[in-house]
Write a protein that binds this ligand. Structure first.
Ligand code: ADP
Length: 499
């Protein structure tokens, strides 16, 4: 993975100097009320760029543009041409990988190496994968039997049509990848979009907006409106002109999206929080489990909804595994995202720093377990915390039960597999899980018992475009990626004809 210089290279710097407008109807424009907000570098607290702030009026304009675009050249474009367009978007993301990775690192704080090596390639690949779906959105041919019309023959078929205008609200933890996960399937299925990036991280979404126009996407098909959740986001979720809302973020805000969407009963898909169990059985390859469990919690500063934040280790391996992860945690170099030596960057914002600090504070006292690594914030500019491993907290403690969304792992031993399965599932969430074992049968049996949208076996954090991703229980509604996501963006129409 290439290592960067620590000052922005010219492409990223050029973008920062022109960034900051809203993309509405194919043009970059100022906000209707003229408001702006800063995009802040979480590695030093300094302003990177000022961004136009979308408020209700801008969202209205964007929704109207998306509605008009549904009947424009976009509708007439052949499905094959739509596929080629999606391919070009993937190509452009790939061609601008270094610039996008740098903007992502500056805006979010994550190490440049992770942005360049993992997230930009995944984002490009999502468009390439979805390019292949555009020509395969076929319905079924059906020959129905109608019991009350004996002897009457029918011919019926289904059409799969775009839902229409889609609102998409995305978070700050993987801003570019979330743009790709949301836009690629919506476009592959012929919808038009109003996308609201997180207020903490609008930069790569806006840069992708430029690339969409360069690729030849007709005006108004994608509109990008950075702004605050309670204003632009809430207005988009409640908007009568929006046919579907797709949201990724916290479970609490997800519930408010559902309430807002009830006004016109728009379709809703949600990808929400998690508190995912990572389980090491007695016969596991211990070194692989240590490395995988570390990646599972420390990748992206732990700011991953599917982070493996609850570790359960068979008591026979408990000390070895937990000490092994703690040793790795102590060796992680925490630093500025663009510094070539950095393994882990700062948290994204002051608010997020305060949230994680709050949980680190709660661990004091006998029920809070023992910190084998980390446990503290770093005294330096920016929002840095230590990679933390907490052994043996009380199973009912908030650090075991609540989503921290930071680099904080809790570890507990188990002896009995039934008891373990119960503990693993004893959560309001159900996004992901991990199982480490050499026993194939045990792995797949446990996979069936775990209430989680993704179960990793002897691996963690695999985010390929083909794999459906989403949650059981309060981790969400519906699935992203894979073929599963397509139905979230389509209506099925049944046409039935008497012969
Ligand atoms: P976090 O708490 O981790 O910042 P959120 O769920 O608050 O995550 O944010 C995810 C996205 O949801 C962001 O784009 C944010 O602006 C948006 N958002 C926050 N509150 C609301 C709301 N009430 N209605 C719609 N969108 C919101």
């Amino acid at each position: 993975i290439p290592r960067p210089a620590s000052t922005p290279v010219s492409a990223a710097r050029d973008f920062l100097s022109r960034a900051g407008k809203l993309l509405i109807d194919g043009r970059f424009v100022d906000a209707a009320e003229g408001r702006t907000f800063p995009s802040v570098d979480p590695g030093n607290g300094q302003e990177l760029a000022r961004i136009a702030e979308a408020t209700e009026r801008d969202v209205d304009l964007a929704v109207a543009a998306a509605r008009r675009a549904l009947d424009g050249p976009w509708k007439r474009m052949s499905t094959s041409e739509r596929g080629r367009l999606l391919h070009r978007i993937g190509d452009l993301i790939s061609r601008h990988a270094e610039e996008l990775a740098e903007l992502e690192s500056l805006d979010n704080g994550k190490p440049y190496s992770a942005a360049l090596g993992v997230e930009v390639p995944l984002a490009a690949d999502m468009f390439w994968y979805m390019a292949g779906a555009t020509t395969r959105l076929n319905g079924l041919s059906v020959t129905p039997t109608v019991p009350y019309l004996p002897g009457q023959e029918f011919h019926a078929y289904t059409l799969r049509e775009p839902v229409g205008v889609v609102g998409q609200i995305i978070p700050w933890n993987a801003p570019l990848l979330m743009v790709a996960w949301k836009l690629a399937p919506a476009l592959a299925t012929g919808n038009t979009v109003v996308l609201k990036p997180a207020e903490q991280t609008p930069l790569t979404a806006l840069r992708v907006g430029e690339l969409l126009l360069e690729a030849g996407l007709p005006e108004g098909v994608v509109n990008i409106v950075p702004g605050f959740g309670e204003i632009a986001g809430a207005h988009l979720a409640a908007h009568d002109g929006v046919d579907k809302i797709a949201f990724t973020g916290s479970t609490e805000v997800g519930k408010s999206i559902v309430r807002a969407a009830a006004g016109n009963l728009k379709r809703v898909s949600l990808e929400l929080g998690g508190k995912s169990p990572n389980i090491v059985l007695a016969d596991a390859d211990v070194d692989a489990a240590i490395a995988g469990a570390s990646l599972g919690i420390f990748y992206n500063q732990g700011e991953v909804c599917s982070a493996g934040s609850r570790l359960y280790v068979h008591e026979s391996q408990y000390d070895r595994v937990v000490e092994g992860i703690a040793e790795r945690a102590r060796a992680i170099k925490v630093g500025y995202g663009m510094d070539p030596d950095t393994d882990m960057g700062p948290l994204v914002s002051r608010e997020q720093f305060d949230r994680v600090s709050h949980y680190l504070g709660l661990r004091h006292g006998p029920e809070g377990g023992r910190a084998l690594a980390g446990g503290n914030v770093l005294d330096r500019p920016g929002y840095f915390v230590e990679p933390t491993v907490i052994a043996g907290p009380d199973a009912g403690h908030p650090i075991v039960r609540e989503e921290i969304f930071g680099p904080v792992l809790t570890a507990l031993p188990f002896t009995d597999l039934d008891d373990l399965a119960h503990q693993a599932n004893d959560t309001t969430y159900g996004l992901a899980a991990g199982v480490w074992t050499k026993d194939l049968s045990a792995a797949h049996k446990l996979a069936r018992r775990l209430q989680a949208g993704t179960v990793h076996v002897n691996t963690y954090h695999v985010f390929a475009a083909e794999l459906p991703f989403g949650g059981y229980k309060q981790s969400g509604w519906g699935r992203e990626k894979g073929d599963e996501v397509l139905q979230q963006y389509l209506e099925t129409k049944t046409v039935v004809a008497a012969l």
